[in-house]
Design a protein around this ligand. Structure first.
Ligand SMILES: Nc1ncnc2c1ncn2[C@@H]1O[C@H](COP(=O)(O)OP(=O)(O)O)[C@@H](O)[C@H]1O
Ligand SMILES: O=C(CO)[C@H](O)[C@H](O)COP(=O)(O)O
Length: 528
């Protein structure tokens, strides 16, 4: 190319399907986010602990946000598309039409969401088998994984769903199929939620032992018998139909996808931290813990050799960073718990009115209110008499006990705005203490973690971030690009396009700039 001529710019689109909304971003070849859009998605809770969605509704939202972020861009410069999503279960018939996952027979609701706890009896029976695959999910399978949900469908919706089903997808794989027509599954989904081994493949004896021998008989065609690493290019790229839906050109490279937490982990764990004086600067990447905090929090730690941490999912090989083992701790509801506590309080209408009057979010208002009432003490000391046990939706890690419930101690008859603010603070602290509990379990098993890398909706809340730094005693690093999960999804598209050799962050030009969140001089020992 001659001197003054500039190479045409290259763009990638990342689509992130969270629990409550779908987001898309247009990202350039340096990892800079140029456009962002989001759109809410429907959720149904037809009965307690049953949570359902619609794959058609989710796809429609993907189309809305993608069209928005590429507006005004020369579509020929868009090189790749990557999806990440929650690990919900999508059920389609043999012609790829939605099937109902509910007693009402409503086929619009064909997705059992990740946080659905309907399959308790099924997961208990699976755990009683003590099958060796359970070693690779922290010793105990979670009700939030796919095998118990599949067994529930077989035992409860035999005629309306199970017998008619042709395809069971993890939501990230559904999206890549919808875009390309390719039914290959991502190694990430199958290893983390479906008991697939990156080294040994499916274990027939597990499926036979738990009563799902049907999958073995048809060579796993319904749950995936072609498996690709995240970022691998799928088929001939975007189909003409999907291109029309999304407002892109047919043939654009589409990547094998990632679960949302894993996309967030990929987006932050390789961040360039030089110049911030952080201890992890001179340490291997295995000293970093990515914490993706949205509706739930997921704690992603990697290692060169497998580490078995009781109650912490994994070790999963190559499920997030190629060549590394992954352990995934988690708290099933964190953002959802904070919203629940705040919105259910008697002073919530007053909070809403006051926040609106100041043009602030309710959380910005609560944070400034806590600053106002803390007087000379550090804010953390407002809760010496009030404590929350945060397992309102069971404990994912490290206790791996879905029967646990939440608890608040230290309540009085007062229900004013100060009480609401203090209850909110105690909830945030309880979640941060839960993270500390998970880190302690990971370290006891062999991890050596020095620094937290946070992303997701809750990382936009300064109180949440500061409490995590203070309570774990570790510095927290935030990416300058707040939508790190979307950067992770775009990395997939960039990799599928062939412009980058691998999703591995040190071999990819995508580098995240960071800002450091130090530990404040607040002594939390009285609480611990
Ligand atoms: N600016 C903010 N301040 C405080 N909390 C926030 C902010 N933005 C989002 N959240 C919280 O983050 C959670 C949602 O995070 P998000 O990553 O969007 O979730 P998901 O990926 O599960 O859809 C909600 O509980 C919401 O209240
Ligand atoms: O299980 C998970 C990852 O393995 C996530 O918790 C689940 O996908 C929901 O994520 P989010 O809180 O971002 O909606």
């Amino acid at each position: 190319m001659s001197g003054g001529e500039q190479k045409p710019k290259r763009y990638y689109v990342g689509v992130d399907v969270g629990t409550g909304s779908v987001r898309a971003a247009l990202v350039d070849q340096s990892g800079v986010l140029l456009a962002f859009a989001d759109h809410p998605i429907e959720k149904w809770e037809p009965q307690f602990n049953h949570h359902e969605q619609s794959s058609e509704d989710i796809w429609a939202a993907c189309c809305v946000v993608t069209k928005k972020v590429v507006q005004g861009i020369d579509l020929n410069q868009i090189r790749g598309l990557g999806f990440d999503a929650t690990c919900s279960l999508v059920v389609l018939d043999k012609q790829f039409h939605p099937l109902p996952v509910n007693h009402e027979g409503d086929s619009c609701r064909n997705v059992i969401m990740w946080l659905d706890h309907r399959a308790v009896s099924q997961v208990n029976r699976i755990n009683e088998t003590k099958h060796s695959v359970l070693q690779y999910v922290g010793g105990v399978m979670s009700v939030e994984m796919q095998a118990p949900k599949l067994l529930w469908l077989k035992e409860n919706l035999r005629e309306t769903c199970w017998d008619k089903a042709g395809h069971f997808f993890d939501l990230p794989d559904f999206l890549s199929w919808k875009a390309t027509g390719v039914t290959a599954r991502s190694l990430c989904s199958l290893v983390c939620k479906w008991t697939y081994s990156a080294e040994k493949g499916w274990d027939d004896s597990f499926w036979k032992m738990v009563g799902l021998e049907d999958f073995v008989a048809d060579n796993y065609s319904k749950i995936g018998n072609q498996v690709l690493p995240p970022g691998a290019s799928l088929g001939n790229g975007l189909t003409p139909e999907a291109a029309r839906d999304l407002g892109l050109l047919p043939g654009i490279a589409v990547a094998a996808s990632l679960i949302d937490a894993h996309a967030g982990g990929l987006g932050v764990i390789g961040a360039d931290v030089r110049g911030h004086g952080l201890v992890c600067e001179g340490q291997p990447v295995t000293s970093r813990l990515a914490v993706i905090c949205g509706t739930s929090s997921c704690h992603m730690g990697i290692s060169k050799d497998p580490i078995f941490v009781p109650g912490v999912w994994g070790p999963y090989f190559s499920a997030m960073v190629p060549g590394f083992w992954l352990n995934e701790g988690g708290q099933s509801v964190t953002g959802k718990l904070i919203d629940h506590m705040v919105q259910g309080h008697a002073a919530f209408p007053e909070l809403q009115a006051k926040a609106t009057a100041r043009c602030q979010s309710i959380y910005a208002y609560l944070n400034s209110h806590l600053d106002l009432i803390k007087k000379a003490q550090p804010v953390g000391f407002l809760t010496v008499d009030l404590h929350v046990w945060p397992d309102f939706h069971g404990n994912r890690s490290p206790l791996a006990d879905l029967t646990l419930k939440g608890m608040v101690t230290g309540l009085t008859l007062s229900q004013d705005l100060d009480d609401l603010a203090i209850l909110y603070l105690a909830t945030v602290q309880a979640i941060a203490l839960g993270t500390r509990f998970i880190i302690e379990a990971m370290e006891a098993a062999g991890h050596s973690i020095s620094t937290l890398f946070l992303c997701g909706g809750l990382s936009k809340n300064p109180l949440f971030v500061q409490m995590h730094a203070d309570i774990t005693g570790m510095p927290v690093v935030l990416s300058q690009e707040v939508e790190s999960v979307l950067v992770g999804a775009a990395i997939l598209g960039a990799c599928a396009s062939g412009d980058f050799a691998s999703v591995q962050t040190d071999s990819c030009v995508f580098k995240t700039n960071t800002c450091k969140w130090p530990v404040e001089s607040c002594d939390y020992s009285p609480f611990l």
